[in-house]
Design a protein around this ligand. Structure first.
Ligand SMILES: Cc1cc2nc3c(=O)[nH]c(=O)nc-3n(C[C@H](O)[C@H](O)[C@H](O)COP(=O)(O)O)c2cc1C
Length: 345
């Protein structure tokens, strides 16, 4: 994977280990709950970072895949995997790289995670923003996690990355159960961005929640995004749903946060809270009906090394995507309105 990060301001201190640490949270082969592919995902900095600081010029990184086994993708050369991108790529381009999923492989998220390290650090330094994601549900097992207090340490305390240890254990068992059947399960990732200043986001087309939803929906296997009360808010009345304002410590605050930190497409200074739905991994080892490139109905029996559940590895990817969107919006706010709501810039 080659990664190019453009538009990052100069003089941000960053080193290879910081990027590597996040890639290690994403990499395959972390446990028996993920794909057994042993990809080390060692990052190499090619340009744009000099003596531990960004130069302001494009940053390019390289991550070599040392454990590719293209032969295990041979069954997918002529047969489309149900619910993967094989058919749609073929329909669009008339050609596709069938080895390892090509451009539709979740390996592309290496770029997002690497860039997210810079975005996160910049946001932290400029405004104290803190972003934490966690596995909220796997299949029908759901944890109730407090977005105001959850820490990354709690999230990383177990293999599933669910801060509720009892449920994490049940989730791990459910993933192992799916794996034993040659099947897969999906789930929901919760994410919070704390200490985001009010004022980020644009009034019409680039509303903050629209930008966040686009960033998150562009992740592989994502099928839904909710902000704040989301779909559950439709069950409330306006008086139940509204977030009353109050002055607290010299700032306008809300008593509740059904808005999820965004009103009118612009951050209101409360925690930005989102939920992201990931489908069950599409490559499974159960025989499935499909069609081959000659237009024949066939039965596909898949093989290879796949994640029985993508959720544990998707946590750092979701965090990175939220960081990238927020940094873009913060840079935009600074460019248009100066230091109005970003006090330390
Ligand atoms: C961290 C992560 C790991 C994934 N691993 C696999 C995998 O091992 N096998 C697979 O078929 N899909 C995997 N996916 C999902 C596919 O990349 C995705 O389903 C595919 O690109 C089709 O896109 P769509 O599901 O968004 O329509 C993974 C996704 C993520 C986020």
């Amino acid at each position: 994977m080659g990664v190019v990060i453009d538009g990052c301001p100069p003089q941000l201190e960053i080193n290879q280990q910081e990027i590597q640490a996040e890639l290690d949270r994403r990499r395959p082969g972390q446990s028996d709950l993920t794909t057994p592919r042993q990809e080390e995902d060692r990052v190499q900095i090619l340009s744009g970072i000099f003596e531990g600081q960004t130069l302001g010029t494009p940053i390019s990184l390289m991550v070599w895949n040392k454990d590719a086994k293209p032969e295990s993708y041979a069954p997918f050369r002529d047969t489309f995997r149900p619910s993967h991108a094989d058919y749609t790529y073929q329909a669009k381009y008339g050609i596709r790289n069938w080895m390892g999923g090509g451009r539709a492989s979740a390996r592309e998220t290496i770029g997002r995670v690497a860039a997210g390290v810079l975005a996160r650090k910049w946001l932290q330094q400029q405004c104290g923003v803190e972003i934490v994601a966690w596995v909220e549900s796997v299949h029908d097992l759901r944890a109730h996690i407090d977005p105001d207090t959850v820490t990354r340490q709690q999230v990383d305390s177990n293999l599933v990355r669910c801060p509720d240890l009892e449920l994490a254990e049940q989730m791990a068992e459910r993933i192992r159960w799916a794996k034993d059947q040659g099947d897969s399960v999906g789930g929901v990732i919760g994410v919070v961005a704390r200490a985001v200043p009010p004022g980020l986001g644009e009034p019409v087309f680039d509303k903050l929640e629209a930008e966040l939803a686009k960033g998150l929906m562009s992740l592989p296997a994502v099928k839904g995004v909710e902000i704040g009360s989301g779909f559950a808010g439709t069950l409330l009345t306006g008086s139940q749903h509204n977030d009353p304002f109050e002055m607290r410590e010299g700032r306008v605050r809300t008593l509740k946060n059904h808005s999820g930190g965004v009103q009118g497409g612009i951050s209101n200074g409360e925690n930005i809270v989102l939920r992201v739905a990931f489908k069950p991994t599409s490559t499974i080892f159960v025989a499935q009906q499909s069609v081959d490139s000659q237009g024949q109905n066939v039965v596909l029996e898949a093989q290879g090394r796949h994640d029985p559940c993508v959720l544990p590895r998707a946590v750092p990817i979701v965090e990175a995507m939220v960081a990238l969107v927020l940094m873009d919006q913060a840079l935009r706010q600074r460019a248009q309105n100066g230091t109005r709501t970003l006090p330390t810039m």
